[in-house]
Design a protein around this ligand. Structure first.
Ligand code: NIG
Ligand code: FE
Length: 421
């Protein structure tokens, strides 16, 4: 068989292969092929195996000798707010001086300060702001990224954010998965009428967003559009969160939720009841709700760079979630306030130290499980025949170095749909 590309002689070809999101003991195995090789044709993976065996089956036009380094699937970052304007470096300093994220938020800063900077921007300006961040993420090994709206909070500016996501997907090597997050914060116009804002999200924004999506190249490519809500004190309460998510589901949008970042309001229970694709943050989720998500198909997404960035010593109990049988994923949550961090390897490094994930668990959480958290589990997230050839060459002899070392960049080469980028 003649093929475009073969990557051969990987010390470890770490496939993360799985038919579904990994849970329990399966999270601790990554399926390693020693002296491994992967064959790529037309951007897809066409064969995986030992170098000597694969070498007999395929005639590659191009070969990359991995020279006894590690080959991994590209990272999937399943929760980001990477499209925004401006920064919140002043708030960072306030927090260093002792102010809390929620105090800053309640005083009209936080998400609303980014909203003020983002609202006026055109889709082209928004895309130009986000592009260098995506470049950095790609260099750090992320090949698929979920991106949320939610800094516009008017119908037009939420649509502009979604259009920027579409534009970036068309013009940047990364694949972007869009999420509508109209219910991210209550904008100043509705500060005394949160139910009025929820009605605007449901009655005006959602229909417009669905019309935009139906005509978008993202829908034509089969990319899902998720509908998300920030279920939190000073944001949306449980009843409002339910209304937003049910209204999206009635229009065909799968649900996601920001739940239990600071306050436990029952968001995980709601996510499970609605069959949400994921419930994210889970920092203060009580044990009985951990059990509920563990027994469901909802993926738990934890975001430890948020805790780190907020100077907190408290992290989501990811160990208990895995031990209870939940499908767990990791994400950067990259955004200008709670996590200005583009790096999935740093997320893994923190998860291993403060959440007691094994390196294998962290890697599965950053690849195959993250892909399932955004509806892309059949396309990306592992090195398996038929999947997109999104591959990383890591300059280490053993994949565990990825979580063991931190602060630099061990990613030597990124291959996106069969092309070196
Ligand atoms: O996931 N919690 C809500 N949204 C983001 C924060 C966004 C921001 O601070 O700008 C999060 O942490
Ligand atoms: Fe978020």
């Amino acid at each position: 068989m003649e093929i475009d590309l073969m990557i051969e002689h990987a010390a470890q070809l770490v496939t993360c292969a799985s038919d579904g999101p990994k849970r329990g003991a399966a999270m601790g195995t990554v399926a390693i092929i020693h002296d491994g090789a992967v064959a790529v044709h037309k951007g897809q993976i066409v064969a995986v195996g030992r170098t000597d065996e694969l070498g007999k089956k395929v005639q590659p036009r191009r070969r990359i000798n991995a020279q006894r380094k590690v080959v991994l699937p590209g990272f999937v970052d399943p929760h980001t707010h990477v499209v925004y304007v401006g920064d919140r470096v002043d708030e960072f300093e306030l927090r260093v001086r002792g102010a809390s994220y929620t105090e800053i938020m309640a005083a009209g800063g936080g998400i609303l300060s980014t909203m003020r900077a983002t609202r006026q921007a055109t889709p082209e300006q928004l895309a130009a702001e986000a592009r260098p961040r995506l470049d950095t993420m790609l260099r750090l090994g992320t090949t698929t990224v979920e991106v949320k709206s939610g800094y516009g909070l008017t119908t037009d500016s939420e649509l502009a954010m979604l259009q920027a996501i579409e534009l970036l997907d068309q013009t940047h090597p990364l694949d972007l998965i869009p999420t509508f997050l109209g219910a991210h914060a209550i904008p100043p116009e509705y500060s005394n009428d949160s139910d009025g804002y929820v009605a605007l999200v449901i009655e005006e924004m959602l229909p417009c967003v669905c019309d935009w999506y139906a005509a978008s190249p993202l829908a034509a490519k089969g990319r899902p559009l998720f509908n998300d809500v920030f279920c939190e004190q000073h944001a949306f309460d449980l009843a409002q969160s339910r209304r937003v998510l049910e209204a999206g589901q009635a229009r065909g949008l799968p649900a996601k939720i920001h739940a239990d970042e600071f306050t436990s309001l029952g968001g995980v229970e709601l996510a499970v009841e609605l069959g949400a694709a994921s419930a994210d943050h889970l920092d203060v989720t009580p044990a009985h709700e951990r059990e509920r998500i563990a027994q469901s198909d909802t993926v738990g997404v934890v975001l430890p760079t948020v805790n780190f960035n907020l100077g907190s010593h408290h992290f989501a109990d990811a160990r208990a979630l895995i031990d209870a049988g939940a499908a767990l994923a990791l994400s950067t949550d990259i955004n200008p306030g709670s996590s200005p961090c583009p790096s999935m390897p740093l997320v893994m490094a923190i998860a291993c130290r403060y959440q007691r994930l094994l390196p294998a668990e962290a890697l599965n959480a950053a690849t195959i499980n993250a892909a399932y958290a955004i509806g892309m589990g059949k396309t990306v997230g592992s090195i398996e025949v038929g999947k997109q050839a999104d591959l990383l060459l890591i300059d280490v002899p053993d994949y565990r170095h990825l979580a063991y070392q931190f602060g630099g960049n061990l990613v030597q080469t990124v291959i996106k749909q069969g092309q070196i980028v």
